[in-house]
Design a protein around this ligand. Structure first.
Ligand SMILES: [Zn+2]
Length: 61
């Protein structure tokens, strides 16, 4: 849960405390990177990571 307003890393949408959001935790050569995404971008990213084309509706499962 965020305690103050953050902004989606991808589209810039405001994420207010209490909103549903996606947290992305990435580890790369530079170290740990933590970003917040809005729910919509999180869904897109999930589809991308899963190998989908990102255009389809994702299955609720
Ligand atoms: Zn977004």
């Amino acid at each position: 849960m965020v305690r103050r307003t953050h902004y989606c890393r991808r589209c810039g949408a405001a994420i207010d405390p209490g909103d549903v959001y996606s947290a992305v935790d990435v580890l790369d050569a530079e170290g740990r990177l933590r970003e917040l995404l809005c729910r919509e971008c999180g869904t897109d990213l999930r589809a991308f990571v899963a190998g989908g084309d990102g255009e389809r509706e994702t299955d609720p499962e």
